[in-house]
Design a protein around this ligand. Structure first.
Ligand SMILES: Cc1cc2nc3c(=O)[nH]c(=O)nc-3n(C[C@H](O)[C@H](O)[C@H](O)COP(=O)(O)OP(=O)(O)OC[C@H]3O[C@@H](n4cnc5c(N)ncnc54)[C@H](O)[C@@H]3O)c2cc1C
Length: 509
């Protein structure tokens, strides 16, 4: 199997890159691979929107730059922040040209939402389901282009690398074929990781099952530079689900802004015990407070109380959230809504330059899997969809400008027979790892970090032995990537525990 450009991931990063490459280079053969259905990804769930200065009369690039730097706690790259902010209006325009429908306040101007950390309203959106709108339009565009092939329900196991001109070069991927019980190598001139985040490393997460950190783990195994994995962002209010659920639905903080209270089972508001801003404190403060309260009282969840609000008006503002309440059989007029903090966004990742190129030749990383320098220690709300669009644009310009064809491998594609088996105890190990990682996220304790690292290292050693014996299963590969990503997060936390940014780390996990 061979292709010119191989893209791992069908979220905003992978799809927008494919479209731009096809527009600039119609002959290029592009293959997009996704682990599940094409639209099963973080992008689809994005609610808020895309941050961009679209009205220079009321706002300025400098304001957006300032807000991003302040949120990143001094760890952003100011050159990258400037580049991304200044490109934002053009990238929004690209989406509009492709058919994405954003909300308007009048014929000319977008309706702009105000989100936490932004000094002015500047978030372009489609109701409270912007990600769904963007993903649907980009997928339609991709499906209409005959030179782009979309392979769904296909798991990439690893990247293929070799030395070309004394430089480590990516020459494709290995995929698992459960029909033929084979691992098949798939060669490409350029390979792009657009594989999303890693919320699934934790017990509660707003991220879907595909966000299991595969891209970070694959890049690490291939020898790429990875940075700042300690900065996992948590969201304080997601719908509590029993342990067998994989995804916790995100309940926007705008609902607290609308007047919702956080209460315990006795209907007591407790956030004021931690911060005098109560429900209006920042995400990190509220996540920490809720976790601490739950630990102290032995609770698995607390509640959001909406009963005192104008429910009709709230439903109007948050149609998607209210639809989810209905699905969960909750009536916010009478019922308390069970909530818990959840892992939400990975600010670190595979280190890239301004074109999305990693430390390995012919390997790019775009979207949440990458570390570009935009977010620093903490992502400003709605800057991540923007980051994916800007770096996909830059990568497309770079790839389209190069005569890269036939630069890479001349090695033949090959298939290796393997044994597919269900190893006992994998589910329990996944559960144990997730629980341990959640503890380390909230309790910044050095000894606990070391213990958690021993657990993830032991799991990895066991799995690598099975893989060396050509024994595979989907669950085993899932645990392999979860524990490798956990290991990367823990190593980064341990290395930085005693350094100057300890304070930042304890604020933002
Ligand atoms: C509930 C929620 C709300 C959010 N709201 C906002 C918001 O309002 N604004 C904002 O800017 N950001 C928001 N975010 C963050 C934003 O949605 C993500 O950062 C962004 O969508 C990531 O896009 P991506 O293309 O990098 O990855 P994704 O959209 O997650 O796509 C990842 C792709 O990689 C594939 N993949 C992964 N591993 C493998 C493998 N081993 N083999 C094959 N394929 C693989 C998956 O199948 C999937 O197709 C939100 C996130 C969530 C979860």
């Amino acid at each position: 199997m061979e292709t010119d450009v191989l893209i791992i991931g069908s979220g905003i990063a992978g799809l927008s890159l494919a479209i731009k490459l096809n527009d600039g280079h119609p002959d290029l053969h592009i293959t997009i691979i996704s682990k599940s259905e094409a639209d099963d990804c973080n992008t689809r769930y994005a609610q808020g929107g895309v941050a961009a200065v679209t009205n220079l009369r009321n706002d300025s690039f400098n304001n957006h730059i300032h807000d991003t730097l302040a949120c990143g706690k001094g760890l952003c790259s100011s050159a990258i922040v400037k580049m991304v902010v200044e490109q934002a209006p053009a990238r929004i325009n690209d989406l509009v040209q492709l058919g994405v429908k954003f909300d308007y306040q009048d014929n000319k101007h977008f309706h702009l939402a105000l989100e936490g950390g932004h000094s002015l309203p500047r978030v372009v959106h489609h109701k409270d389901k912007t990600g769904f709108e963007i993903e649907s339009v980009l997928l339609k565009q991709v499906q209409a282009r005959s030179r782009i092939q979309l392979l769904t329900n296909t798991t990439v196991i690893d990247l293929l690398t070799e030395n070309i001109n004394h430089k480590k070069t990516c020459s494709g991927i290995k995929i698992l074929d459960t029909k033929s019980n084979q691992i098949i190598s798939f060669r490409s001139q350029v390979t792009v990781l657009a594989s999303g985040g890693c919320g699934q490393v934790y017990a509660n997460t707003t991220n879907p099952r595909v966000a299991s950190g595969d891209g970070y783990a694959m890049a690490f195994r291939a020898g790429a530079v990875i940075k700042n994995m300690r900065f996992m962002q948590f969201h304080p209010t997601s719908l509590y689900q029993a342990a067998n659920h994989h995804v916790s639905f995100l309940i926007s903080e705008a609902l607290r802004g609308f007047g919702a209270h956080v209460v315990d089972g006795n209907e007591k508001r407790f956030l004021f015990l931690y911060d005098n801003r109560g429900e209006l404190a920042t995400r990190d403060v509220i996540s920490n407070a809720i976790y601490d309260y739950m630990q102290t009282k032995g609770l698995s969840f607390v509640y959001l109380d909406l009963r005192h609000l104008d429910i009709k008006s709230a439903k109007n503002h948050f149609p998607q959230i209210f639809a989810e309440f209905k699905r969960a059989n909750l009536n916010p007029k009478y019922d308390l809504i069970p909530i818990t903090p959840s892992a939400h966004y990975q600010c670190g990742g595979v280190a890239v330059d301004q074109d999305g190129l990693t430390s390995i030749q012919q390997l790019y990383a775009l979207g949440e899997v990458s570390y570009t320098g935009l977010h620093g220690a903490n992502r400003l709300a709605s800057n991540s969809l923007l980051e994916a669009l800007v770096f996909a644009h830059n990568a497309a310009e770079k790839i389209n400008s190069e005569s890269f064809i036939n630069k890479a491998s001349h090695q033949k594609t090959e298939s290796i027979d393997i044994q597919i088996f269900e190893k006992k105890g994998i589910k329990e190990l996944i559960f144990q790892l997730k629980k341990t990682m959640t503890k380390t996220a909230f309790e910044n304790d050095y000894e606990e970090l070391l213990k958690a690292r021993t657990l993830s290292t032991d799991i990895l050693t066991m799995i690598e032995q099975e893989i060396a014996n050509m024994k595979f299963s989907q669950e085993l590969l899932l645990l392999r990537n979860l524990s490798q990503t956990a290991n990367l997060i823990l190593n980064d936390k341990i290395e930085n525990f005693k350094t100057a940014d300890k304070e930042i780390q304890s604020i933002h996990f």
